[in-house]
Design a protein around this ligand. Structure first.
Ligand code: PRP
Ligand code: URA
Length: 211
């Protein structure tokens, strides 16, 4: 079974169409990123372990399922991943948040890590790495490398992005076959500057108004 999950729900696709529009303003872009992230977060948490607990309704005692205290961490890849944090925290308000600072060098297109701060017990957590764009896959893979170096099992990592492309998905599947990928769109290809086509442009710049 493929580890690529394309969330093709009509509401997600509708919001993605709006998000791609070059005339969408910064505030609306930010709001939509969070809204779409919530839909992706719903899917990425689908297999959280559950346990039975006994509760008493006003009418009788019953057993019901609740989430079995799974320790979670959200790990945004800066900057653009920051735009997805609030959407995830709406669903998982108690999750810890670790930051991975990284930018893609415009000449070499290689990612450069400039910051890494995780909860102390990160090796005991399921980590949801978030970044709107999966282009060459270099940034995501460097983020995974850093987490694995700190003791995180790749099977405990999930990756959530808004836009992906075949090149990035292939790179992740070859290097990290155990990591599940959740995306709202699998686009056509990369251009010569490693931007995704049709894509949505530079996600960080559009989120923070630095165009
Ligand atoms: C973008 C994006 C990813 C990366 C994807 O970040 O948010 O982190 O590029 O490209 P890759 O898959 O080829 O590595 P960018 O480097 O533009 O930094 P920013 O988020 O600070 O704008
Ligand atoms: N980073 C972006 O923000 N957009 C792309 O299309 C590729 C990398």
């Amino acid at each position: 079974m493929s580890n690529l999950h394309i969330i093709d729900h009509p509401l997600v696709q509708h919001k993605m169409a709006m998000l791609r529009d070059k005339d969408l303003g910064t505030k609306d872009f930010r709001d939509l990123v969070n809204e779409i992230t919530m839909f992706l977060g719903y899917e990425v948490t689908r297999d959280l372990p559950q346990e039975e607990v006994e509760i008493e309704t006003p009418l009788m005692k019953t057993t019901q399922k609740v989430i079995a205290g799974k320790k979670l961490a959200i790990a945004p890849i800066l900057r653009a991943g920051l735009g997805m944090v609030d959407g995830m925290l709406m669903l998982m308000p108690a999750a810890k948040v670790g930051h991975i600072g990284m930018y893609r060098d415009h000449e070499s297109l290689e990612p450069q890590e400039y910051f890494f701060k995780m909860p102390n017990d990160i090796s005991e957590r399921q980590v949801i790495v978030v970044d709107p764009m999966l282009a060459t896959g270099g940034s995501a893979m460097m983020a995974f490398d850093s987490l694995v170096k700190r003791g995180v099992d790749p099977k405990q990592i999930k990756f959530v992005c808004l836009v992906s492309c075949p090149e990035g998905v292939k790179a992740l599947q070859e290097n990290y076959p155990d990591i599940e990928i959740y995306t709202a769109a699998l686009d056509e290809k990369l251009n010569e500057d490693a931007y995704i086509l049709p894509g949505l442009g530079d996600a960080g710049d559009r989120l923070f108004g630095t165009l």
